[in-house]
Design a binder for this molecule. Structure first.
Ligand SMILES: [Zn+2]
Ligand SMILES: [Zn+2]
Length: 292
């Protein structure tokens, strides 16, 4: 499966070239933007001619995959290896032979899961090559332009995949925004957070917004719902997906909490004292747990 129409600004692939006369709906959404130079398209084969993927090992079970030279938003995706099956967290537009060979050498993919639509890119191509399902929260259904049998929409607060891997719904940036919890990647647990929680360039702050490039705040109620969910999670490490090195290793929770306190103050929301006091006990899991 090849994509004839890939938006050069966000990397989203569309399966028919009738889109060429239109604006990319992901870029035309208020969370992104149409570049000053206007709408531009490329294709899978054109992209492959002058780009390749760089794979970096972050730890024993975790790799990043990123296209060079930088393409679209500059996304990176993650390969999480695990005894019962590997998971690709988010996607990028370019799937070249070297990437396919590398992932196959690690045992292939048992699932692809998403933080949000800014990473859908060429997901149907990845799912077809690796013959695996794609898990997307049902609240983001309307952002999926081409629904294949591989795509499984799930509902609820969390979806346990296998081993120590669980998709957690947070909402916020998108209604269906999620993070991937992988407990065994660090002492207190690791979250692959996409843009659901945005780690700042200084790595001293985390943000949650409706739009990062257009700097649009979340409505208060959406922020409140996000805060309630994420404060209950247990983690010490975060890996974001927007630039190389967008990670907080071991110190993520206090940085997250400091940032949230600033948000609470600015939104005029009282901190959740009972939750804060009993975090070590209550910070365990999510409200409702689904299993595949
Ligand atoms: Zn686009
Ligand atoms: Zn985003």
């Amino acid at each position: 499966m090849k994509y004839q129409t890939i938006c050069t600004a966000c990397g989203t692939g569309f399966q028919d070239d009738s889109r060429l006369a239109e604006l990319c709906p992901i870029c035309n959404d208020d969370r992104q933007f149409i570049p000053l130079a206007g709408q531009r398209w490329t294709s899978s084969s054109a992209l492959k001619e002058n780009h390749c993927n760089k794979i970096t090992q972050l730890n024993e079970r975790l790799y990043t995959i990123k296209t060079e030279p930088e393409f679209a938003i500059g996304q990176r995706c993650f390969l999480v290896t695990s005894p019962k099956g590997n998971v690709l967290w988010d996607c990028i537009s370019l799937l070249d032979e070297q990437t396919v060979d590398f992932i196959r050498s690690k045992g292939g993919l048992s699932a692809i899961a998403f933080s949000h639509p800014h990473f859908y890119t060429t997901m149907n191509q990845w799912a077809s090559v690796f013959d695996c399902p794609v898990y997307i929260h049902h609240s983001d259904k309307k952002f999926v332009s081409y629904k294949t049998d591989a795509i499984r929409f799930w509902e609820g607060d969390s979806l346990v995949l296998w081993d120590d891997i669980c998709i957690v719904h947070t909402g916020g940036h998108f209604p269906g925004s999620c993070m991937l919890s992988v407990k065994g990647l660090s002492l207190e647990g690791t979250m692959l957070c996409g843009d659901s929680l945005y780690i700042s360039r200084s790595r001293r702050h985390t943000a949650v917004m409706f739009s990062y490039p257009n700097q649009i705040m979340l409505p208060k109620a959406d922020f409140h719902a996000f805060y309630y969910k994420v404060i209950k999670l247990k983690f010490d490490t975060l890996h974001g997906a927007s630039f190389d090195g967008q990670s907080l290793l071991g110190n993520a929770y206090p940085i997250f909490m400091d940032s949230m306190e600033q948000y609470l103050e600015n939104y005029g929301i009282a901190a959740v004292e009972p939750l804060k006091k009993s975090l070590s006990k209550a910070q365990t899991d999510i409200l409702t747990v689904n299993k595949i």
